[in-house]
Design a protein around this ligand. Structure first.
Ligand SMILES: [Zn+2]
Length: 203
């Protein structure tokens, strides 16, 4: 338990304990299903991160509806991949043994170039299959991390989840090895405008 104070990510006006993730006023405006979800986030010490994930998701849904959506969505695509790539860079290279450090660097560089649309997904996919075949583990947590590591960069057209589910799954796998505070810091860095503004209300 910590008593770190943050501004409520919803309204950005009221100070709250970070573990609550949302102020009482904003919480009371949520429907009962959303309130139930919040209760789960709070009890699993996940509320601040999920607040941010929901804000990113909402901003993305807004962008999908905007008139110049193509360039905005391209920006989201790039930020999403770079954000998760930086999360994976926190892991020690030995997590992916016997893949060598050089191969890992090459793979991460390919992902960066793919996010910039310099490389095709086919080039990246081929290399990722070669690396994936080198790994084997009976540890379910590591299995999930490997699966995520070789798929998180997928294009929007094959992304089966909302942005909120995407971040929930990825950080849910990574939180065993990376402190939640660090994951939040990386999300804030890659989505600075969304992080520092009140949530956009979808109506
Ligand atoms: Zn609030």
């Amino acid at each position: 338990m910590t008593d770190k104070q943050i501004l409520c990510p919803w309204c950005m006006q009221i100070k709250i304990i970070s573990e609550k993730g949302i102020c009482s006023k904003c919480y009371n405006h949520l429907d009962s299903l959303e309130q139930k979800n919040w209760h789960n986030y709070q009890t699993s010490n996940y509320a601040e991160l999920m607040a941010l994930a929901i804000k990113i998701d909402t901003a993305f849904q807004f962008a999908e509806k905007s008139s110049d959506s193509e360039s905005v969505l391209k920006q989201f695509h790039q930020s999403r991949i770079r954000c998760v790539l930086e999360m994976f860079k926190q892991l020690n290279n030995t997590t992916f043994k016997p893949i060598t450090s050089e191969e890992l660097e090459q793979y991460k560089h390919l992902i960066k170039e793919y996010s910039e649309q310099i490389r095709t997904d086919e080039e990246l996919n081929q290399f990722s299959i070669v690396l994936r075949q080198k790994l084997s583990t009976n540890n379910p947590q590591l299995q999930n991390i490997y699966t995520t590591f070789f798929s998180f960069w997928c294009g929007e057209e094959i992304l089966d989840w909302s942005y909120f589910q995407y971040f929930e799954i990825i950080t849910g796998n990574l939180k065993f090895l990376i402190p939640i505070e660090k994951l939040i810091e990386i999300m804030q860095k890659h989505f600075p405008v969304i992080s520092s503004n009140p949530i956009k209300q979808l109506n």
